[in-house]
Design a protein around this ligand. Structure first.
Ligand SMILES: C[S@@+](CC[C@H](N)C(=O)[O-])C[C@H]1O[C@@H](n2cnc3c(N)ncnc32)[C@H](O)[C@@H]1O
Length: 221
């Protein structure tokens, strides 16, 4: 393994803001994240597939009265988010290295106030539908972990995944779409201002080449 990567993994192992396999808190904080992990027991927002954590850190900076967790399977990406949060002196942000499939082992029922799904891998092949982060299997998981009426947000460049998600929501009893746009940055409605304010790494790349960003905000209950 390259030396820099190894060093980052070692950093992750000693950072209290990162929960990952091998640490005593891993899969032990369910129902207690707000009180036992964060400094203040504020409402908790989770970003699934946070990559380098720009969005989680950006949200945490804008909302000091809330707590934010970025989740990703890649330790090196999480290291970047954690490093940025540390440089900014943020105390309302953390990261967890795990697969989203195992969410129910990490969080208690109703523990999350909001979930962001930002530029998930589109998984276009039929045999990978189950792995899409907005497939019925994942929506059922999110519903279990969200407070009743909790908000979900999807941002994506990918038309196929976006339309798939809308079809899935239409077939989901109780699901309600609150806001929807197929071109977020063309919107002048102030309802979208907050969502335009922070960009993920992938979002910046797609915007730079003129790909419209799709966004939907919804509730499952
Ligand atoms: C296309 S990148 C987007 C990263 C970031 N959200 C952004 O917009 O810049 C997708 C991210 O999701 C993570 N990921 C994909 N499948 C995952 C899974 N099942 N559980 C956790 N993370 C996953 C990948 O490691 C990657 O960092």
């Amino acid at each position: 393994m390259p030396r820099v990567k190894l060093q980052r993994f070692q950093d992750n192992a000693s950072r209290p803001d990162i929960i990952e396999p091998g640490k005593p808190e891993y899969e032990q904080l369910g129902g207690r994240w707000r009180t036992d992990f964060f400094r203040e027991p504020h409402p908790l927002t989770l970003e699934v597939g946070c990559g380098k954590g720009e969005y989680t850190v950006g949200l945490a900076q804008r909302h000091p009265q809330r707590n934010f967790l970025g989740l990703d399977i890649k330790g090196e990406r999480i290291w970047r988010g954690s490093t940025r949060a540390e440089e900014m002196g943020l105390t309302n942000v953390g990261f967890v290295r795990m697969r989203a499939e195992a969410l129910a082992a990490q969080f208690g029922p109703g523990e999350l106030s909001e979930i962001w799904i930002t530029f998930p891998d589109p998984r276009p092949r039929d045999r990978d539908i189950k792995r899409r982060l907005t497939s019925p299997r994942f929506l059922a998981l999110y519903e279990q972990l969200l407070t009743p009426g909790g908000l979900l947000h999807l941002k994506t460049d990918n038309e196929g995944l976006f339309e798939y998600t809308l079809e899935t929501l239409a077939a989901q009893p109780g699901a309600r779409i609150e806001r929807l746009t197929r071109d977020l940055y063309a919107e002048t409605d102030p309802a979208f201002t907050e969502t335009q304010a922070i960009q993920t790494n992938f979002e910046g790349k797609y915007r730079a080449i003129g790909v419209p960003i799709k966004y939907v905000q919804f509730r499952l209950t």
